[in-house]
Design a protein around this ligand. Structure first.
Ligand code: GLN
Length: 242
């Protein structure tokens, strides 16, 4: 069997919030289960592979996300990979650019996104900055908490073809409307950094299970559970003052 390919897209443009950790977490969680995985890091100018199982986009500044969306359109391989069943996980600026449109700059110029998620992003009334806590529902119907931190000026609104990924407990999320992120088929976007998949292993495994088309054995990790417990307690305490 060929290795599971994780593709980390454009770190020079979408790498300033440390979201590359998401790629490492995915590869590591596969390796710990004895599943062969490779990490392909692609920069603008180099073609994306069309063979990836999971593609990852991270956060970045406004100008960088305009460059990223142009380069991804010109490249075209991401669209082909998704047609072939790949999973796309996009964080913050990455989440905004996979949508229909987003705005940048003082004049709020409207930029066309990749059109992979039915969401639009506009500058919000305030910048959303801080620790967040939300809940998502796993495919088996049980709930799991998401911790992370958000830092975005854009507010994101979902169209009818996308559904929210998480329900906010603390933080702004999409647009202060009680939701964060969006899902449409095998494309998932959400705001928090952290990296989010390091802080939320069940979300990481969900992406891997989607990509592999099968359930994975759990990876018990008491130290991680304890760190999560402490983090969630601290966020709830601080969140009351936010
Ligand atoms: N530039 C975008 C915004 O401010 C995304 C920021 C980010 O990726 N953290 O809304």
């Amino acid at each position: 069997m060929s290795p599971v390919e994780i593709v980390l897209v454009y770190q020079s443009l979408l790498g300033i919030y440390g979201d590359r950790g998401n790629a490492m977490v995915l590869r590591q969680r596969l390796a710990r289960r004895g599943i062969d995985a490779t990490l392909t890091v692609v920069e603008p100018g180099d073609p994306l592979p069309a063979t990836g199982a999971v593609y990852l986009l991270g956060g970045g500044e406004d100008a960088a996300q305009v460059s990223a969306v142009r380069a991804l359109k010109a490249d075209g391989h991401l669209f082909r990979a998704l047609d072939d069943g790949a999973v796309l996980f996009a964080v913050c600026a990455g989440y905004q650019i996979v949508g229909e449109t987003f705005t940048v700059g003082d004049n709020d110029d409207v930029i066309d996104g990749l059109g992979l998620l039915d969401v639009t992003t506009r500058r919000g009334p305030e910048r959303a900055v801080g620790e967040v806590l939300s809940t998502w529902t796993k495919p088996d119907g049980t709930e799991s908490l998401i911790t992370g931190f958000e830092n975005h000026g854009g507010f994101t609104y979902l169209g009818i073809n996308a559904r929210p990924l998480a329900r906010m407990e603390i933080g702004i999320g999409n647009a202060g409307d009680g939701t964060d992120g969006a899902v449409q088929g095998r494309v998932l976007g959400i705001y928090p950094h952290g990296p989010i998949l390091a802080r939320n292993p069940e979300l990481a495994d969900h992406l891997l299970e989607l990509a592999l088309g099968r359930e994975l054995d759990p990876l018990p990790d008491p130290e991680l559970d304890e760190l999560r417990r402490q983090r969630i307690t601290a966020v709830r305490k601080a969140g009351l003052r936010r």
